[in-house]
Write a protein of this length. Structure first.
Length: 118
């Protein structure tokens, strides 16, 4: 099982951009579908985007398409989330996760906090 560490969060003004990164340990990273999730205060954790093993296919929540882009670098064992045109509703802790079967891992990292100021 890969271990994941998220980074890149911070404070940003509405309309700004951030690029989150997730570093994975282990030799089997390229065999995992990777995803980003987020949890806003008082809300359930929700799916943001996912990317296939080789990076050729991506999936994202309809409401975020056009603003958020997921990518991965299997040579560096990293997955990134480029977030543009941020608004206060994007404020949340962002997590990455991986899966090889049908279910996402039950183990979550610390996440990285994103706060968008109006």
């Amino acid at each position: 099982q890969v271990q994941l560490v998220e980074s890149g969060g911070g404070l940003v003004q509405a309309g700004g951009s951030l690029r989150l990164s997730c570093a994975a340990s282990g030799r089997t990273f390229s065999s995992y579908i990777m995803g980003w999730f987020r949890q806003a205060p008082g809300k359930e954790r929700e799916f943001v985007a996912a990317i296939s093993w080789g990076g050729g296919s991506t999936y994202s929540t309809d409401s975020l398409k056009g603003r958020f882009t997921i990518s991965r670098d299997n040579a560096k064992n990293t997955v990134a989330l480029q977030m543009n045109s941020l608004n206060p509703e994007d404020t949340a802790v962002y997590y990455c996760n991986g899966k090889r079967g049908a279910l996402w891992s039950e183990t979550w990292g610390q996440g990285t906090q994103v706060t968008v100021l109006s």
